[in-house]
Design a protein around this ligand. Structure first.
Ligand code: NAP
Length: 505
């Protein structure tokens, strides 16, 4: 019989160790508590909760999915000030959720996890922290986000720049940008939000674009007090708004991308909406040509903005599309020998998903299987985008084929439903170890790969998109190629025979 331990002793075995205190980790914690597991250790490398919405604080940060959709369906927030809420409100919402569901007491901040290993003898996960401590859990949940490992550009000389350099995830509010010559590398969704804000204060702004992005109009605006009041008093009204918004987004962002071959019209609508937006906002044909993507809509994540294109037409803003040759102490030199002298260099260069984020830490399962190595050497795969053979009692939230494409919240709620069903099955069988079978995983992978054949990623023209959706093998395995509704349906109905249930020891 094991000796009783207290939660803060090294020998203590928690019900679950969750890595990450963002919306994914918090969703998993809420589900575990609902399923009766209350002894949780939520480990977070940052100094507070909120994940992306704690780390990202750059000017202009906002959601780019309507807020009624970009939130937990079971925790609607009637107080969003705008249709697309500013970043600070998301952080506030995260704090509200943590307090309401009593999650904070489980969280440990400034805690960097180095790796996790399944211990066959004790049937527990042993999670190693930087500094040498070990935390143990019956279950392991990794909720480390898709976009949490910043990518620094491989451009020679960035480290020689004498002015201020900031990646967008490390924004320093103390840097005075007023009247400065600012250069920004990157034109992804982050840059599209940030560029109009930088242009408001810069003496000159140079935007370095390698690949243009599709930008659609943003149907944004303040949510009137009377509507917020209605959302608070009659939650059904907000639920209806969520459903309508989600349906439109599903059509544009999911159906047009995943059903590229069957439903080319949905994809064409998305592309045309963006092209018309560009034509309306940019009259100069040369500038317009530079901003026109040469790949199919959806190969790369499109974004929404009403201010990005007009900003690029301002006299003190230039769009540079010549390849960057190098950076030196004074600025950026392009391949044609032109240089721009800069005071501040902003790196809106995104995230490294496929080398350092899948998974974000070393996870070793049964028979020494190393998840990251296995994914890279075979194929990126996870049954229903959450479990992996040889990794018992492990829920990997940021898995291949897990992202619904609609909103991170629909993804996590689908995963919560999967966890709920599995834990209930364990409880009814008196089992305490569960592992997906190789056969079920193989069948799921084959099905997803088949469905991807219909998507823009396989059937469209994506070779020039440089999209982070594609991994090092050229496969787009981030998005689950089914509708959000069908993903959720499977989460509540998957065959329980797809798992092997056993008893520890
Ligand atoms: P991103 O989409 O990966 O964009 C990175 C940009 O940096 C690209 O334009 C890329 O050019 C450029 N870049 C990288 N390395 C470069 C180099 N060596 N030389 C020149 N250019 C280089 O990253 P992101 O803009 O941070 O957005 C990531 C994702 O975050 C978005 O797709 C979205 O899902 C999410 N996001 C969400 C919100 C929200 O409100 N919910 C807001 C912002 C971001 P190439 O395209 O040529 O590689």
């Amino acid at each position: 019989m094991s000796t009783p331990t207290t939660p803060d002793t090294p020998a203590h075995v928690h019900d679950a160790v969750i890595v990450g205190a963002g919306f994914g980790g918090m969703g998993a914690a809420i589900q575990l508590k609902r399923s009766g597991y209350d002894d949780l250790a939520i480990l977070e490398r940052e100094d507070d909760l909120g994940g992306t919405w704690h780390v990202n604080r750059y000017p202009g940060l906002a959601v780019d999915i309507p807020s009624s959709t970009y939130s937990y369906s079971f925790e609607p927030n009637p107080h969003w000030s705008r249709l697309f809420a500013p970043g600070a409100e998301l952080k506030q919402y995260a704090v509200h959720v943590a307090d309401k569901y009593d999650l904070r007491r489980h969280m440990r901040f400034d805690t960097v996890v180095d790796g996790a290993r399944w211990d066959e003898e004790s049937s527990t996960w042993q999670v190693s922290l930087a500094g040498g401590d070990v935390v143990r859990g019956r279950f392991l949940v990794t909720a480390t986000g898709f976009l949490s490992q910043p990518r620094l550009p491989d451009i020679p000389g960035v480290e020689d720049f004498a002015g201020v350099v900031m990646h967008t995830t490390r924004w320093d509010d103390d840097v005075d940008l007023a009247g400065k010559r600012i250069g920004i590398i990157g034109t992804g969704a982050t840059a599209v939000q940030l560029i109009p804000e930088l242009a408001k204060v810069a003496d000159h702004l140079t935007v370095y674009q390698r690949t243009p992005i599709y930008v659609s109009p943003k149907l944004d605006g303040p949510v009137p007090g009377v509507v917020r009041g209605a959302f608070a008093k009659v939650p059904l009204t907000q639920r209806a708004t969520r459903m309508a918004g989600s349906a439109i987004l599903e059509l544009l962002m999911v159906a047009g991308v995943l059903h590229f071959r069957d439903l080319p019209a949905a994809n064409r609508i998305g592309k045309r909406v963006c092209e018309q937006h560009l034509r309306r906002q940019v009259k100069d044909p040369e500038l317009r040509a530079k901003l026109t993507p040469d790949y199919d809509f959806g190969c790369k994540r499109p974004t929404f903005s009403n201010t990005y294109y007009p900003t690029l037409t301002e006299p003190h803003v230039s769009l540079e599309t010549t390849t960057i040759d190098h950076v030196d102490a004074g600025g950026i030199v392009t391949a044609d020998g032109n240089r721009s002298d800069l005071d501040v260099l902003v790196l809106a260069t995104g995230f490294n998903l496929w080398e350092t984020n899948f998974p974000a830490l070393e996870v070793i399962g049964r028979e020494g299987r190393d998840l990251g190595k296995w994914w890279r050497e075979t194929r990126f795969q996870a049954y229903e985008g959450i479990t992996v053979p040889k990794f018992p009692n492990f829920f990997c939230l940021n898995s291949p084929y897990s992202y619904s494409g609609l909103s991170y919240f629909t993804t996590i709620e689908t995963q919560m439903a999967h966890i709920e069903r599995l834990l209930a099955a364990m409880s009814s069988r008196g089992s305490d170890v569960v592992e997906v079978t190789e056969a079920a995983n193989d069948a799921f992978l084959a099905r997803m790969r088949g469905l991807l054949g219909n998507s823009v990623f396989n059937a469209g023209s994506c070779s020039t998109a440089r999209s982070y959706y594609f991994n090092q093998h050229g496969e787009a395995v981030l998005l689950r190629p089914t509708s959000t509704v069908s993903a959720h349906r499977e989460a509540v109905r998957f065959p329980l025979e797809d798992y092997a249930f056993s008893t520890a020891g």
